[in-house]
Write a protein that binds this ligand. Structure first.
Ligand SMILES: NC(=O)c1ccc[n+]([C@@H]2O[C@H](COP(=O)([O-])OP(=O)(O)OC[C@H]3O[C@@H](n4cnc5c(N)ncnc54)[C@H](OP(=O)(O)O)[C@@H]3O)[C@@H](O)[C@H]2O)c1
Length: 274
């Protein structure tokens, strides 16, 4: 298959690119900045991984990448919208420019890139697939991560509709919803609202959340698990819509299924300590 994956510098994207190529696919691996391709190239040595300049919020780059793929192969079979950013901070601490930037990357970019790829994916018919990486945060919002959750809820909603819309064309549409995995989103790419500082009335609660995340760090999953799932889904003829996975995820889903929101609220209150 001819596969386009976004956000391949690190984390899930890097592993998806490498493992999809290992499975025999031709992979176009989008990088926000092509100069950061070294880790990917090293991991993909000898494989058909082709790094491409693709800042997902840049429409001209989106067009150039999709046109180049179709010109070279006459087709595009799979799009994996993986690139994403997080934003920590309570509702009152987040500024509009921060929220807009978050939605540009996590919502508007996958919408626009998918739209650009759709004529080719429709032409691919049953071989065609869109895989959107959302999050458990796209199913359940935690305090201090509400804006991130909102962006993933938005992507979940539009993806659910897309699944219905593409059914007549045979194109498959899937959501991958990871829990916490050890990637650069918790390190190099960790982003906190600029007003989430010590002077904020929310500071003590933010500190508690940070302690919860620090404890979680030892229990985070191995991102290759998510990559292997994505690679398997590429050729799954009848995938489900949703694939939640990761540490703690089955328990969270179970609680959501059997408890009213107020029951889940009590559990979250106990976890975060406020
Ligand atoms: N790790 C988790 O626990 C977890 C859980 C649930 C969902 N997710 C989701 O998984 C996806 C991948 O994240 P990750 O955990 O693998 O984190 P990561 O290691 O930080 O990877 C994110 C990737 O997205 C890229 N990216 C960010 N902005 C971009 C842009 N404008 N254009 C193109 N690429 C861009 C980053 O490139 P640069 O580094 O060059 O900016 C990086 O390669 C995200 O959608 C995230 O929300 C992660």
């Amino acid at each position: 298959m001819i596969v386009l994956v976004t956000g391949c510098r690190s984390g899930f994207g890097l592993h998806i690119a490498v493992r999809a190529a290992r499975a025999g696919h031709t992979v176009y691996a989008g990088l926000r900045d092509l100069a950061t391709k070294d880790a990917l190239l090293e991991a993909a040595a000898g494989l058909d991984v082709r790094p491409v300049q693709l800042d997902v919020v840049d429409e001209a780059q989106q067009r150039a990448v999709v046109d180049a793929i179709v010109e070279e192969h006459g087709r595009l079979d799979a799009l994996v919208n993986n690139a994403g950013v997080a934003l920590g901070g309570f509702w009152e601490q987040v500024e509009e420019d921060e929220l807009r930037r978050l939605f540009d990357v996590n919502v508007f970019a996958p919408w626009a890139l998918t739209k650009r790829c759709l004529p080719h994916l429709r032409a691919a018919g049953a071989r065609g697939i869109v895989i959107n990486v959302t999050s458990m945060a796209g199913r359940q919002a935690m305090p201090g991560l509400g804006m991130y959750a909102a962006s993933k809820f938005a992507l979940e909603g539009m993806t659910e509709a897309l699944r219905h819309e593409l059914r007549p064309f045979g194109v498959r549409v899937v959501l991958v919803e990871p829990g916490p995995y050890r990637t650069d989103i918790f390190g190099r790419n960790r982003t906190i609202a600029k007003h989430a500082d010590e002077a904020s009335p929310y500071a003590p609660y933010m500190a508690r959340l940070e302690a919860v995340v620090a404890k979680l760090e030892t229990k985070m999953g191995d991102p290759t698990e998510v990559a292997d799932l994505v690679v398997r889904l590429l050729t799954d003829p009848r995938p489900r819509l949703r694939y939640p996975l990761g540490p703690g995820v089955p328990a969270r889903l179970w609680a959501r299924r059997v408890l009213p929101f107020e029951g889940v609220e009590k559990i979250i209150q106990r976890i975060v300590g406020f």
